[in-house]
Structures are given as C-alpha cells and as structure tokens.
Design a binder for this molecule. Structure first.
Ligand SMILES: *Cc1c(COP(=O)(O)O)cnc(C)c1O
Length: 459
C-alpha cells in the first residue's frame, strides 16, 4: 500500500485546542529542569506531543454524547451493561471485569494465574505487563521471532512467535509451570509490529496440546487486524471487525488498555472465557479497583469505551489511523533516516543506534535523541531502549536490549498531515547535526519503571 495514495481523515473537526509555540531558549531551559526526561516535561511546554498514543485520542461526538449519558450509580450502572455488550459483540469474550486501565487488568490476571517460579512466555515484553508478572512471582520469557529484535528486518509479521522457542520452554519447564502464554497484538516494544493469523493459529494448536491458556494483550488488536487484512493471504475481503473477532476467538482471555485502540482517555478491562478465573477476578477487583461493575471508572467512561470499541473496528477509521503513521514513516525513509521497518501501527520508531552510533548504549542514545528532538521543535517523543528495559530483578544489572529506539507515537484523530510534515522536518534537522550530539549519564534512578521518572545530565 502506498502512503501517497490519497485518503483523508474520515471525520470533520468540530472543536479545536490551540497549541502553544515555544522558543528554543525556553525549551533548552525546561528540558534541563526536566532532567532530560521527556516524561518530566510539562505538557504546556510541548508543541506536538508524541509521547504516547495512550489516552490521547480525540473522542467522537457520539462518544461525548455518551459521556452525558453516564449512569453514576455505585452498583449496576447501565453503562457497565452497555460495555459488557460491546465487548461481547466485538471481541466475543464472555465475561468482563472493567479496570481503570490496562495495568489494572494485568495486575488481576497475574495475581490470579501466576504462582512463584512460574514462567510466562510472551511475544516480547511490555513494561507494565512484565512487572506485574514478576511481582506475582513469575518470570517472563521472550518467544518472539529473532527478526523482531532486528530494526532492519522487513519481515511483515515481526510480532510472530517462534514456535521452536515456545516448544523448548514447554519441554524444559513443563506445562504445569506455564500458566499462560501472553500474546500481544500489535507488539508495542517491537515497534507496533503485528502477529499473523497463521502464526497465532499455530500458537493455539501448540498451547491447546499442552493445556496452556493464551492471554491476549489486545491493546491494539484492531491495528493488528488491519495489517493482517493488508498483508496476509486470504484476508483482503474480510472486514476489520471480522478479523478482530477471529483473533480473539483463538485466545482464552484478554487484558485491554482501552486508552489505545478503543479511543478513550481512560479505561481498560479484563475479559475472560473461563467462569472460575472470572469469579476470582470479580472478587479481587473490589480490593484494587472498585466494585466489579465499575472497576475504577465513572459510568460515563464506560459508556465512551463501549462506543469507542465499535468505532475502533471501522475500516475507514483504521485505514486513516495507520495511514497517517505510514505517511510520516515514509517521509523519514525517503530522507534516509534509519527507522524500524516495516512501519508500525501506532508510531514511527527512530533507530537511535544507527542515528547516534558514536554514543555507547550505557550513555543512553535514545534518551539523548528524544531530548534533542524536544529542543529542536518542541516535539515530545519517548525513549524505548536501555532506560525502558530496566534492570534484571535477579542480577540487578542493566538490561541492554538490541533495540534502542525513540518512539514518535501518533495519537488517534488528533494531529493533521501538516503536523506530520513538521515532525519529519524536525527529525531531519536533528539528524543532520547528529555527529555533534553527546551522550548522557543517569543521575537519578527510581526502582520501578524507571523510564517514567529517571533524570539525566549530559556528559
Ligand atoms: C499501554 C499498554 C499496556 C498497559 O496499559 P495502561 O492502560 O497504560 O495501564 C499494556 N500492554 C501494552 C501493549 C500497552 O501498549
């Protein structure tokens, strides 16, 4: 699919939020005050915010109208039942436990299914997912194909599971030690890369043979479905909704951060097909999130989510959503800037290793590049490299991931194509002066998920 084939946003704009422009002097000052960590910048100092696609979507007028129909009863809110129906109709899972966001659901499922010493294989880690697995006493094992760790590989489904890796884990530890396999659609940390239906079917076959569950991290399942439709033989004529359903039907339960695919600013859920697991989750949610019919959300949030889920599987929506990301990525490729390819679904990932080859990984090349992008034009990106990877909980050593990336994450329905051009031009400017950029040292390191609050200084 060519990114230049004309498409337009499948909506018109009814309300705008004015952006603030800043000066280079101000940006230099505030990034220093923020410890060169883009998470610590104030939003008002940011021009184009590409920190995350999480909770940053623009809601539709229908969703906003739904917000006005919030039933704020403590128990049994009408919006809960609307959400339950939306999840059942769209994804097919039988039982629903709402949570305040994705990690709430991860906490519940990890506490319920993982025992000390268990192994949880997954198609690459995600920060909060792995941490909840570890806090529950489990250990994560990466079973993604090797191509996923290679920023230059053009494999169309870099989210695929390496079945030999999974099989050898099962043989080595025994199925009893593996409560579930965690399958993400699309794989965030690999650069928004999809898993193919064929591969998922094979994972299903292998896990079924051993009586192992698949828990689906379905945060970007509609985006994954779009890639399957575009790239996998036999899916051209199938609707996104149908492909999404087919993916979910191959799994036993799911954690959802509705702040991504489902077009809301806050919300998530745990969805299950097993009654016993659901019963425990419904018990446990009361302790950490709230009653099982609101899970830490207002009624209006659940209503917006119920509507957003349906909008997320619309063909025009998903085509424009992924199309915009591809447009930006294509401009950078044409300018010769090293990015992760194929271009992912929710953002463009700059390959900091190749952009700043003179900065060793222990001087945080991706963190440095993100800070430089902010200084150049007020564009806020995020590090996805050695800082995000954290330390090994057993040895305490830094984990040095193969991928050292800066993520330019595109919020859904928020920015225009002209913004994409401004972003591309800023990346090109920073790239052109790359040899003058120096690395950094970490001067403050939090214990958990350090990338959120760590501080740095230039060397
Ligand atoms: C964002 C995200 C999560 C966690 O969800 P939150 O809503 O941020 O708690 C889990 N998995 C993936 C792949 C994500 O992108």
């Amino acid at each position: 699919m060519s990114s230049r084939s004309s498409w337009a946003e499948p909506y018109k704009i009814k309300m705008v939020e004015l952006l603030k422009m800043t000066t280079p002097q101000r940006r230099k000052k505030v990034i220093k005050e923020a410890g060169f960590n883009t998470f610590l910048l104030k939003s008002e100092d940011v021009y184009i915010d590409l920190l995350t696609d999480s909770g940053t979507s623009a809601m539709s007028d229908v969703q906003w109208a739904g917000m006005m129909r919030g039933d704020e009863a403590y128990a049994g809110s009408r919006n809960y039942y609307n959400l339950e129906k939306s999840v059942k109709d769209t994804y097919g899972y039988k039982y629903l436990v709402p949570t305040h966001q994705g990690r709430g659901a991860e906490h519940l499922i990890s506490s319920i299914l993982i025992k000390k010493g268990d192994i949880i294989p997954g198609n690459m880690y995600f920060t909060t997912t792995r941490l909840h697995q570890e806090l529950a006493g489990g250990q994560f094992r990466d079973i993604i194909i090797d191509e996923a760790h290679d920023a230059e590989s053009l494999h169309p489904f870099k989210g695929n599971v390496d079945l030999a890796k999974l099989e050898s884990l099962i043989n080595h530890h025994g199925a009893a030690k593996i409560p579930y396999v965690c399958i993400a659609t699309t794989v965030n940390m690999a650069g928004g890369q999809p898993i193919s239906m064929d591969n998922l079917r094979q994972v299903r076959e292998l896990t079924s043979k051993h009586g192992i569950r698949i828990i689906h991290d379905m945060t970007r399942v509609a985006e994954n479905a779009y890639f399957i439709q575009q790239r996998e033989p036999g899916f051209k004529r199938k609707s996104i909704a149908r492909i999404v359903r087919e993916i979910c039907d191959l799994t036993d339960g799911a954690t959802m951060s509705a702040k991504k695919d489902a077009l809301v600013n806050i919300g998530g859920f745990l969805a299950l097909n097993e009654w016993e697991v659901f019963e425990e989750a419904r018990n446990l949610v009361v302790v950490y999130e709230g009653l099982h019919t609101y899970g830490g959300l207002a009624g209006r949030d659940m209503e917006a989510m119920a509507i957003g889920i349906k909008e997320s599987v619309d063909q025009n929506h998903i085509h424009a959503r992924v199309g915009q990301v591809e447009y930006l990525g294509q401009r950078l490729i044409e300018a010769g800037i090293p990015i992760v390819q194929p271009i992912g679904s929710h953002g463009v990932f700059l390959d900091a290793r190749r952009i700043l080859p003179h900065i060793p990984q222990d001087q945080f090349p991706a963190q440095t590049l993100a800070a430089q992008l902010y200084i150049d034009a007020g564009i806020r990106a995020m590090e996805r490299g050695v800082v995000s990877a954290g330390r090994d909980p057993i040895t305490g050593e830094n984990r040095f991931p193969k991928l050292e990336l800066v993520r330019l994450t595109i919020p859904r329905r928020v920015y225009t194509q002209a913004h994409m051009d401004v972003i591309a031009e800023s990346v090109m400017r920073v790239y052109n002066r790359r040899s003058k950029i120096k690395g950094m040292q970490m001067v403050y390191e939090p214990t958990y998920l350090r990338f959120f609050q760590a501080r740095f200084e230039p060397i």
